[in-house]
Design a protein. Structure first.
Ligand SMILES: Nc1ncnc2c1ncn2[C@@H]1O[C@H](COP(=O)(O)OP(=O)(O)O)[C@@H](O)[C@H]1O
Ligand SMILES: C[C@@](O)(CCOP(=O)(O)O)CC(=O)O
Length: 393
């Protein structure tokens, strides 16, 4: 088995957050920050070791016990493979609970790591059970090192990136495909599908947009429950991600907006209709951006759509004084910005023009945001999805 490396990006929502909950379209894109997984075979070992930098902890799976678990599961459910993910999850929960009770695993961030370890064990067992070799067992150990540039739990899709890298690694070691053939459509679909399973562990009822964006990359239009369409962009968009450093909870914000909708259904529905029009007007701008030498007119139109979209999000009450401070600083310097995701804190995105780095005002903006205590990262929206490369010795 080879050493290999897998990178998967996070995601941002460009338009349609919240409206998407009410069956309106949204646009999401791969963000230029990624999670990196490195896989090292350990032929002399019988342990799978996971070094998780973001959680500052390590998780070990003893392969002998793992293989027994898989064997027992096959005996219990001889007829089913992938169809029984719910049953598999139930059984894996028992294993992980026992490991935590007996202290064989311990981690400083108990709750977070419990879900992570559950996801790892579940995904490994699931990919072994669904392997082309129906009797597969894991004979030799390996080491997996995962670190990430994506802030965890802040709406940038860290769990989908984590899930997609793990799924791809496990699908390789269980013989579904290799470091070259992963690009085939059916293999990407398999990665996204398993990353979705992991999203279900993390969120309960995910829309499926995060695992799709991180696997395939680019920009997508999506409607909840209706699937995805690729937006054929010419090149990724430059954006600045600004971290308000205010903790937010997506579920609370979604509930708050729902309450407003229940109180004033016609008013809020008309906001969602406008959000839908924003998506419709934005798509041709994104598709043609980068086509012409002078894109400035398109860029200015996009800026206005960003501004209108942001005002609508503010109207449904998902802004925060810290986000307002970011919008004011950006606007003062001539940049347009908006909330991305659930709001109430979390991130804002600022649209950046071509060659922004040679623009003095950009550096002033960055400096002012940083000295006001915000986290600032210039990156892209709409770049590459998951990729795998073999590592040399
Ligand atoms: N790099 C990582 N290493 C370990 N676990 C991770 C990593 N990234 C994400 N996770 C898992 O995903 C969870 C975050 O998921 P979630 O709350 O959906 O945040 P996000 O919006 O960033 O996807 C974490 O609690 C952790 O269990
Ligand atoms: C508010 C919402 O539209 C986006 C969720 O935001 P976040 O990615 O959790 O920040 C909810 C959803 O799409 O499920």
């Amino acid at each position: 088995m080879n050493k290999f490396q897998i990178n998967a990006p996070g995601k941002v929502i460009l338009h349609g957050e919240h409206a998407v909950v009410y069956k309106k379209p949204a646009i999401a894109a791969a963000v230029g920050l990624s999670t990196k997984l490195e896989f090292y075979p350990q032929p002399e070992s019988h342990v799978a070791v996971f070094i998780l930098d973001s959680l500052n902890c390590t998780y070990e799976i003893q392969l002998q016990q793992f293989n027994e678990f898989v064997r027992d599961f096959r005996v219990k459910y001889p007829e089913s493979k992938l169809e029984c993910t719910a049953k598999l999850l139930e059984d894996v929960r028992v294993v992980i609970a026992k490991q935590f009770e007996s202290g064989t695993t311990n981690s400083p961030k108990h709750l977070q790591s419990q879900k992570t370890f559950l996801s790892i064990y579940f995904l490994l067992a699931g990919t072994v059970l669904a392997a082309p070799d129906t009797e597969l067992t894991l004979k030799t150990g390996f080491k997996v090192h995962i670190d990430s540039e994506i802030n965890i739990g802040s709406g940038l899709g860290s769990s989908a990136a984590f899930g997609a890298t793990l799924a791809a690694a496990f699908l390789i070691i269980t013989g579904h495909f290799d470091e070259k053939t992963y690009t085939k459509l059916e293999n990407k679909a398999l990665i996204s599908q398993w990353a979705f399973e992991l999203e279900r562990i993390m969120h309960g009822t995910p829309s499926g947009v995060d695992n799709t964006v991180v696997t395939y990359g680019g920009m997508l239009r999506f409607v909840k429950g209706q699937g995805f369409q690729t937006i054929k962009i010419q090149k990724p968009l430059n954006i600045m991600l600004v971290d308000s450093r205010v903790n937010r909870n997506s579920a609370d914000n979604i509930a708050k907006v729902r309450h407003l909708w229940e109180t004033f259904p016609k008013v809020v529905d008309s906001i969602w209709n406008t959000c839908e029009e924003i998506v419709a007007d934005a798509i041709p701008l994104y598709e043609n951006f980068g086509n012409a030498k002078d894109d400035s007119e398109r860029f200015e139109k996009l800026e206005r759509l960003f501004q209108i979209n942001n005002e609508l999000l503010k109207a449904v009450g998902v802004t925060h004084p810290k986000l307002e401070q970011i919008f004011a600083i950006a606007f003062k310097r001539g940049f347009f910005s908006k909330i991305t995701g659930a709001g109430g804190g979390g991130y804002a995105i600022v649209l950046l023009p071509e060659n922004y780095e040679s623009n003095q005002v950009y550096w002033k903006l960055k400096e002012e945001l940083e000295s006001a205590g915000f986290g600032v990262q210039a990156t892209t929206a709409g770049g590459e999805g998951l990729r795998i490369k073999t590592l040399e010795d």
